[in-house]
Write a protein that binds this ligand. Structure first.
Ligand code: SF4
Ligand code: SF4
Length: 362
């Protein structure tokens, strides 16, 4: 999500600003941890908190970006009203103890002192509760990532968002290669504790997305997969989201790669980079997708992100819960409808039945 770090660790004691005395809480999270009443069909299973408001970066798709005119308490489609920090941390700790949530995720924007402040918030929560903590944050070095892990973070997410240099330049304006390099080094130094976010629909081809997905899987980097969602007030407000069939193909791709069922070398693509075949017989592919897990939200264990990419009652891109039989059928038909009929047979690797094991692989 974030790019271009500022200075990471400051030794100077700082006086907490008004914004630092509060934390943004996603509306769904606020309801689950008891801060407000909200009737919701699909509740978040992770507490989503936002540290900081308007960001120093200027990503074209982001409501928090420097030039966005969206209301400042929005991130993606979600409203994140601020609440007093100590109150929220205690509510998160209590909700975890009661089994209402399984994880806490801090989304951090770039503002003066953001890194030091995030360390302090994480230390406070870690002292209150053994809840697994993850954070999506700009970190400029391995030392910074190590500091986060030592402060109590279970997983650090270094969001690439864009899957290739060209799209990164167009949407985020920074240096994709240097972000990728840090991600690779971090995955090597801190195996199993590093993740990234990838957004489908920013102008990449499906082949470009699959190539990056394969690399992330090979390096043990957990992928939180998002669909681009145009939001009023952002530079990309009038761009279209990816077509549902394209997103379903990408979800299938991520799932097949993450479960080790096959590799991108087995697949074929059209001249414009659209997936034509996963190298599996259609009946085998249907069998592999029959439980619908490919279409559920992908990310850290327990991350279901309800309504990040969709409005209640509208088409669901990432299902925050197991799908109904009808939903599975529809999702599979969107995924398979434009595949080539000429699919060669290969012997797929059997996959585990353990949902969480699969989840933890990507
Ligand atoms: S995605 Fe938004 S919050 Fe993240 S770096 Fe870009 S502008 Fe900042
Ligand atoms: S995958 Fe989910 S829990 Fe993990 S950092 Fe991303 S939003 Fe947070």
């Amino acid at each position: 999500m974030l790019r271009d770090p500022e200075v990471v660790i400051t030794a100077e004691p700082r006086v907490a600003s008004q914004a630092e005395q509060t934390v943004g809480v996603s509306a769904g999270t606020a309801a689950v941890i008891g801060l407000q009443h909200l009737c919701q069909r699909d509740k978040p299973t992770t507490a989503y908190l936002m540290i900081g408001e308007r960001c120093g970066c200027d990503c074209a798709f982001c409501t928090q970006s420097r030039s966005s005119t969206a209301r400042s308490h929005f991130l993606s489609r979600i409203v994140w009203p601020p609440y007093p920090l100590p109150h929220v941390l205690h509510a998160v700790a209590n909700s975890f103890a009661q089994g209402d949530i399984v994880r806490c995720c801090f989304q951090v924007t770039v503002f003066p002192g953001y890194f030091q402040h995030t360390l302090s918030v994480i230390e406070q929560l870690h002292a209150l509760s053994p809840i697994p903590i993850c954070t999506s944050i700009v970190a400029s070095s391995l030392d910074a990532i190590q500091a986060l892990l030592e402060s109590g973070v279970e997983r650090v997410t270094l969001a690439l968002d864009a899957v290739c240099e060209r799209v990164y330049r167009e949407t985020k304006g920074g240096d994709w290669q240097s972000r990728l390099k840090l991600l690779r080094l971090a995955a090597e130094r801190f195996p199993g504790r590093i993740g990234t976010h990838l957004i489908a629909g920013l102008g990449e081809t499906e082949q470009e997305m699959c190539t990056t997905l394969q690399e992330m899987v090979d390096r043990g980097i957990m992928v939180g997969l998002f669909s681009f969602t145009p939001v009023p007030g952002t530079a990309w407000a009038s761009h279209s989201p990816p077509s549902l069939s394209s997103y379903r193909r990408i979800q299938v791709a991520r799932y097949l790669l993450a479960t080790g069922t096959c590799r991108i070398e087995d697949w074929s693509f059209s001249p414009t980079g659209q997936i034509l075949s996963y190298g599996l017989h259609p009946s085998r592919l249907r069998e592999l997708l029959a439980d619908g897990q490919a279409f559920e939200t992908a990310g850290c264990p327990g991350c279901n992100r309800p309504y990040y990419n969709e409005r209640p009652g509208r088409t669901i891109y990432n299902y925050p819960r197991p799908l109904s039989t009808e939903e599975i059928e529809t999702a599979i038909s969107f995924a398979l409808t434009e595949l080539s009929d000429e699919q060669p047979m290969i012997s797929p690797v059997p996959i585990s039945n353990d949902h969480e094991t699969r989840r933890s692989q990507a």
